[in-house]
Design a protein around this ligand. Structure first.
Ligand code: C2E
Ligand code: MG
Ligand code: MG
Ligand code: MG
Length: 282
């Protein structure tokens, strides 16, 4: 972000360009097949609040949707592999639409089972925002499933976005007018986290898990996380910390005022069809 004049745009290359062409083509074919032949799988991971750890009460606050491809030969493919290809090829649009419909249907079912305050978080790519129609599709899905917009959170990573892009700002404003909330995902890992917070109307900061791994043993990391939480609060944002694997990490985040926690320590991502039974007893 150095040496830029104000208002100048930057475009980051998707990481897929580092993959050999034949691998990209194979992944694109896998994606096509998954979309057309029922090969996508929806996973849900809890986002919780806690009063103390260990031993305190942990409350399920929301779930994040995470997509997988079930490949007929290679097993489960990770989104870190195929999302960049989906973005580059445009297949992120039908994929995002599939995830949204599955997620809303699940939330409607959860609501009927009494989980009527649970929030649902979607990961949204810059490409989906720039394609247009996202807000309308979400509004239509919410109405059809009789769900309140305030239960939806859209998570956006800074990597592929342009923080001064009018389309992004308009879309964000429309989503907030609808009643949905916006989270900046993987906070602190990109080149322009601060610039995003300055220019775009976020409600939630999700601190990336790379700041959490040594939290319980590294005073520097603990200081960094504490400062990020304080900064989020100073801006009036709610702070979620991702990637909590140990109770010491959870305790450290709570001691520093984190609002929500997410990670394997609480629960790994669960297949959507098993999630209701699992989460109702959480
Ligand atoms: P993300 O949105 O930051 O999601 C969190 C990732 O961290 C998930 O990886 C989750 O499984 C993993 N995780 C959660 N808790 C822990 C933990 O305690 N330790 C560790 N080591 N990892 C943990 P996943 O499911 O592989 O997804 C990777 C990324 O792919 C996501 O990062 C998101 O950026 C993207 N993604 C996933 N689903 C979608 C989707 O439907 N649409 C879009 N556009 N992107 C998606
Ligand atoms: Mg996310
Ligand atoms: Mg993240
Ligand atoms: Mg991520």
């Amino acid at each position: 972000g150095k040496g830029r004049s104000p208002g100048e745009y930057r475009l980051y290359q998707p990481s897929t360009t580092h993959l050999p062409a034949h691998q990209m083509i194979a992944l694109e074919r896998d994606l096509h097949r998954a979309l057309n032949e029922d090969g996508l799988r929806l996973m849900l991971q809890p986002i919780v609040t806690a009063d103390s750890i260990p031993g305190g009460r942990v409350t399920l606050s929301g779930v994040e949707t995470l997509v997988r491809i079930e490949h007929p030969e290679h097993g489960v493919l990770s989104p870190d592999t195929f999302i960049p290809v989906a973005e580059a090829s445009g297949l992120i649009l039908p994929l995002g639409a599939w995830v949204m419909e599955q997620g809303l249907a699940w939330l409607a079912a959860a609501t009927r089972q009494g989980l009527d305050t649970l929030t649902l978080s979607f990961n949204v790519s810059a490409r989906e925002i720039h394609a247009g129609g996202l807000v309308e599709r979400l509004a239509e899905g919410l109405a059809r499933h009789a769900l309140a917009p305030h239960r939806i959170i859209l998570e956006v990573t800074e990597n592929l976005m342009l923080e001064r892009d009018e389309v992004v700002l308009e879309t964000f404003n429309a989503l907030r007018s609808l009643g949905c909330r916006l989270a900046i995902d993987d906070f602190g890992t990109g080149f322009s986290s601060m610039s995003y917070l300055q220019h775009l109307p976020f409600d939630i900061v999700k601190i990336d898990r790379c700041f959490v791994s040594e939290l319980h043993t590294e005073p520097r990391q603990a200081a960094l996380v504490a400062a990020m939480i304080e900064m989020g609060h100073a801006l009036g944002l709610s702070v979620t910390v991702e990637g909590i694997e140990l109770n010491e990490q959870a305790r450290c985040c709570l001691d520093n005022g984190a609002d929500h926690l997410q990670g394997y320590y609480f629960c790994r991502p669960v297949p959507a069809q098993e999630a209701l039974a699992r989460f109702i007893t959480l």
